[in-house]
Design a protein around this ligand. Structure first.
Ligand SMILES: Cc1cc2nc3c(=O)[nH]c(=O)nc-3n(C[C@H](O)[C@H](O)[C@H](O)COP(=O)(O)OP(=O)(O)OC[C@H]3O[C@@H](n4cnc5c(N)ncnc54)[C@H](O)[C@@H]3O)c2cc1C
Ligand code: FES
Length: 328
């Protein structure tokens, strides 16, 4: 069964099946609705139900605050209609695209490649945001990657994990060459440093979740703030650790930064020996006064949010970027 869904304020009228979500239907019907991951992990598709009935499928907890839920806000990539609806939703104009030329490909760890791009013109973004990058030779396929670089840098830097059977990561690891070009959409995401109030920071990065955390650290270092910053970087296998020397040099030169490397590999012989990321965070609190930034797999984020709430950190001070598979 299909229902008519009107997007406000753009006025687009969609026909949406009951087994279809709003974002999917909009894209299928050529409407450039604003979205990111497409799978309930990032919150970029947040809208508001003005009228009508819908079913909200599961999405990452904390994307909607209790106040937003009471205000009928909804995650549109996980919302299916059950009647005619009117929905407030952001619809983008013709997407501006940038061309990035590959300047560096450097393997940082067994499964992580650093990709550097020089864009054809300035690429505006805030530290912690991500870009959608077109998969070469696969029209309509885009993948999300966070900038590890600060916006003031001349090149965009990405840390990209090899995913088994992954379209983009396979191209990157097997075929990409310096001089190749890639198309990028505008920067997206709300995973950026809150600057309205100085607070100590707790940064938790798993795997390539380190990318936006590095950008946020650089942003934080530019502020005249003196409160401490604790950075926990975790991986499962020692072979997946990267940037250890850079991070250690940073911690040595910036007394505000406390660095904790957590590798659960039983053979890990580095500082602290084998230990798991979230139990290490838990043991090293209290964190109740901290602003928290989490980045990594959806499972890590969900477990970390539960842990931090149990440590008395309020919902509003927990920010996260979930590296879920990017749809389409
Ligand atoms: C906002 C955002 C920012 C991101 N930033 C980064 C980043 O900086 N660095 C980075 O390495 N990744 C990042 N990711 C994750 C990355 O976009 C996805 O892993 C992407 O799908 C990989 O593309 P691919 O073409 O290599 O694999 P795909 O062709 O998309 O996937 C191949 C198969 O692997 C599965 N898969 C893909 N990714 C994952 C995953 N993360 N977990 C579990 N299964 C998966 C897919 O479902 C599919 O079955 C980010 C994701 C989001 C939403
Ligand atoms: S696009 Fe809907 S939550 Fe990411």
């Amino acid at each position: 069964m299909e229902h008519e869904v009107i997007l406000e304020p753009s006025g687009h009228c969609l026909q949406v099946r009951e087994d279809q979500c709003i974002v999917e239907a909009a894209l299928e019907q050529g409407v450039a609705i604003h979205y990111g991951c497409g799978n309930g992990s990032c919150g970029d598709c947040k809208g508001r139900i003005v009228d009508g009935e819908g079913v909200q499928l599961p999405f990452m907890p904390l994307l909607l605050t209790p106040g937003e839920r009471a205000d009928n806000r909804a995650i549109l990539c996980k919302l299916q209609p059950r009647s005619a609806m009117r929905i407030e939703a952001q619809v983008d104009g013709a997407a501006e695209l940038w061309t990035g030329t590959v300047t560096t490909l450097q393997q940082l760890a067994s499964t992580v490649m650093e990709l550097r791009l020089r864009c054809d013109r300035p690429y505006p973004f805030r530290a912690g945001q991500y870009a959608r990058i077109a998969v070469p030779d696969q029209p309509g396929q885009w993948r999300s990657y966070s900038m590890a670089s600060h916006p003031s840098a001349a090149e965009l830097v990405f840390h990209i994990r090899a995913v088994a059977g992954g379209a983009f990561s396979h191209w990157l690891f097997a075929q990409a060459r310096v001089g190749d070009t890639l198309q990028l959409g505008p920067a997206q995401g709300e995973f950026t440093l809150q600057q309205n109030e100085e607070r100590p920071l707790l940064l938790v990065a798993a795997g390539t979740g380190l990318a936006p955390i590095e950008a946020i650290v650089q942003e934080r270092m530019r502020l005249p703030w003196t409160t401490p910053v604790a950075l926990f970087f975790g991986v499962r296998r020692a072979a997946d650790l990267y940037h250890l020397d850079d991070l250690q040099n940073l911690a040595d030169s910036w007394p505000n930064l406390r660095l904790e490397i957590c590798c659960s590999d039983p053979h890990f012989t580095g500082p602290g020996g084998p230990r798991r990321l979230l139990p290490s965070v838990s043991e090293n609190g209290p964190w109740s006064q901290h602003e928290v930034y989490l980045c990594g797999s959806p499972g890590m984020i969900e477990a970390a949010v539960d842990l931090l709430l149990s440590h008395g950190i309020v919902h509003e001070r927990i920010h996260f970027d979930s590296f879920a598979p990017s749809a389409g």
